[in-house]
Design a protein around this ligand. Structure first.
Ligand code: HEC
Length: 289
């Protein structure tokens, strides 16, 4: 009982710090890792890159996850993403021409702070920009990504391929520039804010309640490792999806109004979450419940 109270106090303190103190990402990272180390002493650091399946009490889900991962159903979508990645644009170039090192071993630095635009940029944004710049015609260039599932999934598939080119690379997001720090701070604030009719913060479900079964049938992941498996395919969704779609679902689950796909606040949130997963290997795309 004492332990539970203490854990709650730590979450409370970290939340309070989010609204007052100057951003100190290194300290945040240390606190965040220690939080999970104390909560789940038997779970090894790298195991956090595989969703909630490694958490104590999730053995039956883990078995299902391992079976699914042998012949993962996302292979079909990923195959389409790979084909699109390799297909020539009207000018003869391909996506690989838009990225340093042909897009290989760079995804661990995404999302990243872009000094030129003074914004956080995601892989989705870079893929879209590349297609546009080279005169390619993809439905996701014109579509409303919140409403047009087909267009969004097509984008998720290409981004999933992009992430496979960096599989196993360890997350290394740079938050050192002043603008980056402000974006990080905005993401952090969003993370700790209570919202929706249920009045839940991200931290309530993915820190305090991590490893528990929400509403009986929905196990909750630890926030550590959150972004490294995305784009991912949930069994129920049966298609690859972007991490922003996951954010939309999490906001809706507490009956809060979700923000638009690729909105600045979701970019900043992803920036914050990804920094907190520093050092974990990329596993995307992954299967998820
Ligand atoms: C009411 C509880 C709840 C809240 C609050 C919540 N989520 Fe979730 N979230 C879930 C559930 C359920 C899942 C699916 C199971 C899992 O992986 O945790 C999930 C999954 C995720 C995943 C995918 C994890 C993985 O390993 O694939 C991410 C990322 C995520 N949530 C981010 C967020 C963020 C960011 C917020 C705050 C904006 C948030 N969640 C708020 C319930 C919640």
């Amino acid at each position: 009982m004492k332990k539970v109270t203490l854990a709650l106090m730590v979450v409370g303190l970290m939340g309070a710090a989010a609204t007052t103190a100057q951003a100190d990402p290194k300290k945040d990272l240390e606190q965040f890792r220690n939080y999970f180390k104390q909560k789940f002493p038997t779970v090894k650091f790298d195991e956090y890159s595989n969703g909630f399946y490694h958490l104590p009490g999730m053995e039956s889900y883990r078995e299902q996850f391992e079976t699914l991962s042998e012949f993962p159903p996302y292979e079909i979508g990923l195959g389409k993403g790979t084909a699109n990645w390799n297909k020539k644009f009207p000018n003869g170039k391909t996506f690989a021409d838009c990225f340093p090192n042909g897009g290989k071993k760079i995804a661990q630095k995404y999302p990243y702070w872009d000094e030129a635009t003074k914004k956080v940029r995601t892989a989705e944004m870079d893929v879209m920009d590349c297609a546009k710049k080279n005169g390619a015609k993809f439905s996701f260039l014109e579509a409303n990504l919140d409403k047009d599932t087909k267009a969004r999934v097509e984008l998720a598939e290409i981004v999933a391929h992009f992430y496979t080119l960096s599989r196993g690379e360890r997350v290394s997001v740079d938050v050192s520039k002043p603008g980056a720090l402000a974006a990080y701070e905005a993401g952090k604030k969003f993370w700790w804010q209570k919202r929706g009719q249920l009045n839940f913060a991200c931290a309530d479900c993915h820190m305090e309640l991590a490893g528990k079964n929400f509403g009986g049938g929905q196990p909750l992941s630890a926030a550590l490792g959150h972004p490294v498996g995305w784009p991912a395919q949930r069994v129920g969704w049966a298609r690859l999806e972007t991490i922003h779609r996951r954010y939309v679902t999490c906001n809706s689950q507490v009956r809060a109004k979700p923000f638009p796909h690729s909105s600045e606040i979701y970019n900043n949130l992803q920036f914050y979450e990804t920094y907190l997963s520093s050092g974990l290997p990329l596993t995307a795309p992954a299967m998820r419940n």
